[in-house]
Ligand binder design. Structure first.
Ligand code: PLP
Length: 392
């Protein structure tokens, strides 16, 4: 009898995304529930961007695309990174267009990991990294940052570099972060860079929320240690283009050349009309992004105030569109049980913190990628639930 891969079975047996999927199936059957679980903009893709794709299809740009990306998009990415962030990458050799950040990070990890290599994954964090590392044959080591305001500190990094020594091949840095909404300052990143410099370690920077960084300047490992950085970014969040599947990777030429081969075997290329739309977004889409940002800021401020008033201890949200809130003592402390209670009794859906790895237990993630009206109604429901719980 033929059997499936034991390795893959083991890797995928307990990934949190499956639990999240079960919960989302469950809540989809509850009429009128308000969802704070959404991990994507509730806005539509800007009209100009959609028009660019339509025009591209009409011009029959529907054949195989260059596998690294179209010259137009690669150049637009290089120009955008230079103009906005002061980063300089050669569009011909140091940038690669990917099927979203998700594929970019998968291909990058596959290309750098040898069997048994350790990749440090500060948690709580988005759920793709550890499974990706395991699929590539590496060992993800979660670094719990809950005691350090959800940031990797030099002390923590030093501790883990000492513990795992030569086995460490990579570090994942998500900035701003899903699920915690924290963003690193450049001086904090510089301190981490000091510890990584000249070591055979890559930092894989997931900067998908770089345009949703409300309070701070752009900060990145790519500014200080570009030779050891693999930068992943994309248009899903900043231009409301999740379904288009478009992202990119930037790294030194010798690094992208192997990642490119993994990408080419797995994905081939990204549809030309999607790349044309992305080019239009990067060239002219800033206004739309800023308008979305204004909405997110209003929602964040409102939600943060309401949750704090209810007794949730919330991490100051600086970027992305999430608030990571500690469950107050008067509610069920088991986040996986509480989300079902909230769904059934308050008709509010949120994501359990433990789905995001070590240090997330006892927290809830609230997404504010939904309208202010929905947020107001959802917060009212939650406030009533909290009052009842206090009076029990
Ligand atoms: N990285 C982070 C931190 C995310 O939160 C998400 C989506 O929620 C992604 C990557 C997925 O990005 P993409 O749509 O570009 O694959």
């Amino acid at each position: 009898m033929t059997d499936m891969s034991k390795h893959m079975r083991k890797v995928l047996s307990d990934v949190p995304t499956l639990k999240v999927f079960d919960f989302s199936q469950y809540v989809s059957k509850i009429p009128g529930i308000i969802k704070f679980t959404i991990g994507e903009p509730d806005f539509d893709t800007p009209a100009d961007v959609k028009e660019a794709a339509i025009k591209s299809i009409e011009n029959n740009r529907t054949h195989y695309a260059p596998q690294r990306g179209t010259t137009g998009l690669l150049t637009a990415i290089a120009d955008t990174l230079a103009k906005k962030y002061g980063l300089h990458y050669d569009p011909k050799t140091e940038i690669l267009v990917t099927n979203g950040v998700t594929e970019g990070i998968y291909s990058a990890l596959t290309a750098i990991i040898n069997p048994g290599d350790v990749v440090l994954v500060p948690t709580p964090t988005f759920s793709i990294y550890s499974p990706d590392v395991m699929i590539a044959g590496g060992v993800p080591v979660e670094v719990d940052t809950s005691a350090t305001n959800f940031k990797l500190t030099p002390e923590l990094l030093h501790k883990y570099l000492t513990k795992y020594g030569d086995r460490v091949k990579g570090l994942i840095l998500v900035n701003p972060s899903n699920p915690t909404g924290i963003a690193y300052r450049q001086d904090e990143i510089n301190e981490l860079a000091e510890l990584l410099k000249n070591k055979p370690i890559f930092t894989i920077c997931d900067e998908i929320y770089s345009e949703l960084n409300y309070d701070g300047e752009y900060s990145s490992m790519a500014k200080v240690l570009p030779e050891q950085t693999i930068l992943a970014n994309g248009l899903s969040k900043s231009y409301a283009m999740t379904g288009w599947r478009i992202g990119y990777l930037c790294a030194p030429a010798k690094v992208t050349s192997l990642i490119f081969k993994v990408h080419a075997f797995a994905v081939t290329d990204i549809a030309t009309f999607v790349q044309d739309a992305a080019e239009a977004a990067l060239r002219d889409g800033d206004k739309a992004t800023r308008q979305m940002d204004q909405q997110y800021i209003k929602r964040r401020d409102y939600m943060y105030r309401r949750l704090t008033e209810m007794g949730f201890d919330c991490t100051q949200p600086m970027g992305a569109f999430y608030i990571f809130a500690k469950i107050p003592p008067f509610l069920n402390q088991d986040d996986n049980e509480l989300i079902y209670q909230l769904a059934n009794e308050a008709k509010v859906a949120v994501t359990a913190g433990s789905n995001f790895g070590r240090g997330g237990e006892g927290y809830l993630r609230f997404s504010y990628a939904t309208s202010l009206e929905q947020i107001k109604e959802g917060m009212d429901r939650l406030a009533r639930f909290c009052e009842q719980a206090k009076n029990k």
